[in-house]
Design a protein around this ligand. Structure first.
Ligand SMILES: *Cc1c(COP(=O)(O)O)cnc(C)c1O
Length: 366
């Protein structure tokens, strides 16, 4: 049995009629950009997260960039983030003119190490971007306390964590603002590009709203130089339909994770952890093991798809050489990059597929 890493078609088939009808309504209204479907989705998604405002944009990357700009981050500023994230987290900082400052991770959670964050704060530091990597929320309360003590803003990179919870509160309500991506493979995916900023700060919301639309605060009233980063009407319609299913899909992911956990326990393949009080939504099910590259080949020979998120930490990417970091600067992130493996994970995955993947891993270990 072949097991794909991801199967978007399987999900499409379960929502086809409903989503096509929603798209037709949008097209009949010719509300191609922003419009009622986007507004409705923005409001419902913000409420879902427990935040006051939602501003739809054209990608998660734009969401991060505009949230930083809205908080006044710019040239001469520093923003702290982990080295083991999708490069967009760092790019968003760079696009504001600020400097990404990387801080090594806690290998247990793959999240920013709080003790190291404190040591990296300088007079230039303006903000921290904790990444809820793989769908596990960062332990936000101590981070917020540290940020408050130093007058720093905190922007959650929640691009992998739609619906994840900490102490009963959803990602999107834990920092000063949060950024989501609706890239098709994410837990909540558009039919194309999409992203959203949620915040309960009225000023930040107003600034992001203006920045996404050429700096307009009212028709032809441009108070700042902005961007074209608006969400498309069709994406709002698709996301509105899919939001109703998000909790169910996340629950399926969690059940698949429980099964993986059980099948892999006692082996040399280490399952992800879910600390007390946190609800992981398993955007990715990432295990850690020695001889990872041999395992990938062994699984591929059996028809099992895998991926690595991410094989090269940001400080070792050519594009970020100018920051002046060197191999060895972030030993935990670098060690993790060599041993992590993302297993097949999508809500429609069958129990037989999980069994097959676990069997493939056991064979690989032998
Ligand atoms: C997907 C992702 C982004 C970027 O989102 P896009 O919609 O692809 O621009 C940023 N950060 C993380 C952690 C992501 O996974």
């Amino acid at each position: 049995m072949a097991v794909p890493f991801l199967d978007l078609k399987a999900q499409y088939e379960t929502i086809r009629d409903e989503v096509l009808s929603a798209i037709h309504t949008t097209l009949d209204r010719t509300s191609y950009i922003l419009g009622p479907d986007v507004t409705d989705f923005e409001n419902r998604f913000a409420a879902y997260c427990g935040a006051r405002f939602g501003i739809g944009v054209n990608s998660g990357t734009s969401a991060l960039q505009l949230a930083l700009l809205a908080m006044g981050v710019g040239p001469g500023d520093e923003v702290i983030l982990p080295p083991n994230t999708f490069i967009a987290t760092a790019e968003a900082v760079s696009m504001t003119g600020a400097r990404p400052v990387l801080v090594d991770i806690d290998p247990a959670t793959f999240h920013l190490d709080l003790g190291r964050v404190e040591k990296a704060i300088t007079p230039k530091t303006k903000a921290i971007i904790p990444v809820h990597l793989y769908g596990l929320p960062v332990d936000m309360p101590p981070l917020m306390e540290l940020a408050r003590a130093h007058g720093l803003k905190v922007i959650e990179d929640a691009c992998q964590a739609h619906g994840a919870e900490l102490g009963g509160r959803k990602t999107g309500s834990l920092g000063d603002a949060a950024c989501f991506s609706f890239y098709p493979s994410k837990n909540l995916g558009a039919f194309g590009e999409g992203g959203l900023v949620v915040t309960s700060d009225e000023k930040v919301a107003a600034a992001v709203r203006a920045l996404r639309d050429h700096g307009q605060t009212a028709k032809s009233d441009h108070r700042m130089i902005g961007y074209n980063a608006r969400m498309e009407g069709i994406q709002g319609a698709v996301l509105g339909v899919k939001l109703n299913r998000l909790d169910g899909w996340n629950e399926s992911r969690r059940q698949i994770a429980v099964l993986y956990d059980r099948l892999l326990s006692g082996t040399a393949v280490h399952s992800p952890m879910e600390p007390e009080g946190r609800r992981h939504v398993y955007h990715l099910y990432v295990v850690r093991l020695k001889n990872r590259d041999k395992m990938i080949k062994c699984l591929a020979d059996r028809g099992i798809g895998t991926a690595i998120h991410y094989p090269v930490p940001i400080h070792l990417q050519e594009a970020y050489r100018f920051l002046g970091y060197r191999p060895g600067d972030f030993p935990e992130a670098e060690a993790a990059a060599g041993e992590i493996l993302s297993l097949p994970m999508f809500p429609e995955m069958t129990e037989a597929m999980v069994n097959e993947t676990a069997e493939g891993l056991r064979e690989g270990l032998r």
